[in-house]
Design a protein around this ligand. Structure first.
Ligand code: AMP
Length: 211
């Protein structure tokens, strides 16, 4: 399976991808996670990327293309993958097309108002990356991960000003990918405002047509 999740920040790309990788046993390739890991490790790439990420801007194409190329070359990607947050620009899509061919793109459609509610309430586990929402997907104990009990944190770019900027960046730089993949005949629209279970079920239906 060679799948990509598309949609604005907060559409649920990561949440749904996590459900799907459990079911299909393929890796989730998230450039956001790869970049956050580089920031945490304090690598040169991480330090360079952090400025863009904190402002809600995109990290330069060259950097993320290099990261994903390296990741796709790893053995576990041979049986397939779910891309989450890549590509985000047309040049990234063109670079990806030179490495591999996507079978399907799931486009999660969510309104700006819903994105702001979701992102401002999003909390992430510092240890395993599990995603919660203070209202929609609350952990059993406030501030603690259900899986490992580690602290939950709010991402710097989930503060309101960065969210608005990320939405503008999405509209300007990422939305053209919708037409790009629709023209290629592989785009599937899914109502991202439905609950996690319905969105997962709709995604599974799409995957069953390409497997
Ligand atoms: P995400 O976790 O996917 O929301 O990504 C968090 C941040 O990482 C984004 O706001 C960008 O600054 C950066 N980022 C992630 N993926 C990409 C990408 N494909 N191209 C450029 N920047 C990215």
């Amino acid at each position: 399976m060679r799948l990509m999740m598309l949609g604005p920040p907060g559409a649920g790309k990561g949440t749904i991808a996590k459900k799907l990788i459990d079911k299909y046993a393929v890796p989730q390739l998230s450039t956001g996670d790869l970049l956050r890991a580089a920031v945490k490790e304090g690598t040169t790439l991480g330090l360079e990327a952090k400025k863009f990420m904190d402002a809600g801007e995109l990290v330069p194409d060259k950097v993320v293309i290099g990261l994903i190329k390296e990741r796709l070359a790893q053995r576990d990607c041979q049986k397939g993958f779910i891309l989450d947050g890549f590509p985000r620009t047309l040049p990234q899509a063109e670079a990806l097309a030179k490495i591999t061919t996507l079978q399907a793109v799931i486009n999660l459609d969510v309104s700006d108002e819903e994105v702001i509610v979701r992102l401002s309430g999003r909390r992430t586990c510092a240890k395993c990356g599990a995603i919660y929402h203070v209202r929609n997907i609350p952990p059993r104990t406030p501030g603690k991960c259900d899986k490992d009990g580690a602290d939950l944190f709010q991402r710097d770019d989930d503060k309101e000003e960065a969210i608005r900027n990320r939405l503008n960046v999405y509209r300007r730089q990422t939305m053209p990918l919708i037409d790009h993949y629709r023209a290629a005949g592989i785009l599937h629209d899914v109502d991202g405002a439905a609950g996690v279970d319905s969105v997962t079920a709709a995604s599974v239906k799409i995957i069953e047509t390409i497997k």
